[in-house]
Design a protein around this ligand. Structure first.
Ligand code: PNS
Length: 162
């Protein structure tokens, strides 16, 4: 028996192997996982929400119980609308903790029905971030260890068109 619906929210600008590891592990635990490209007002993104959705779809096509959407609003309300039981987040180093803890407590206040669950990032993805991928791509570096082949060229083209 699995556990109903979970949502995996994030900026995903762009999605990396770190995110995909968390998404696939969540997909093993829940009947359905909705990956939601949500808006983080503290970040300036390189890709539009639709582009980010399309990239995640390309990378998760082998996971039948994963859906991908974008949403511009409060995550707690989105979770309620979808009947989600859990919000799944990956935790990397300690530096993630305070920010993630604050978001989890805020979401719990806004929607007491939904639990935030943290999955520990796999060791190889501990220091991987979307902004690092963009920096490496901008300097002509090799991003093959960080993002799947399906979206590699999209990222390189976009970063170098700026
Ligand atoms: O990948 P990120 O940028 O760390 O993800 C943060 C995100 C997008 C999940 C967060 O900013 C969010 O939930 N945005 C939706 C708006 C919202 O609900 N804000 C209050 C969260 S406490």
């Amino acid at each position: 028996m699995k556990n109903g619906i979970a949502i995996c929210p994030g900026s995903f600008d762009p999605v990396t192997y770190g995110h995909l590891d968390i998404i696939s592990r969540a997909a093993n635990m829940f009947d359905k996982v909705i990956v939601v490209v949500a808006s983080n007002k503290n970040k300036t993104n390189s890709f539009t929400p639709l582009e980010r959705v399309e990239m995640i779809k390309k990378c998760t096509s082998a996971l039948p119980n994963v859906e991908v959407e974008s949403f511009d609003g409060l995550l707690a309300e989105y979770a309620a609308k979808k009947g989600a039981k859990a919000i799944i987040k990956g935790l990397r180093a300690m530096s993630d903790f305070e920010y993630e803890f604050q978001m989890a407590l805020t979401n719990k206040k806004l929607n007491p029905e939904v639990e935030t669950l943290f999955l520990t990032t796999s060791a190889e993805n501990m220091y991987l971030s979307s902004s690092m991928v963009k920096q490496i791509a901008a300097m002509g570096g090799d991003i093959s260890s960080f993002v799947p082949e399906e979206i590699r060229q999209d990222i390189i083209d976009r970063i170098n068109s700026k």
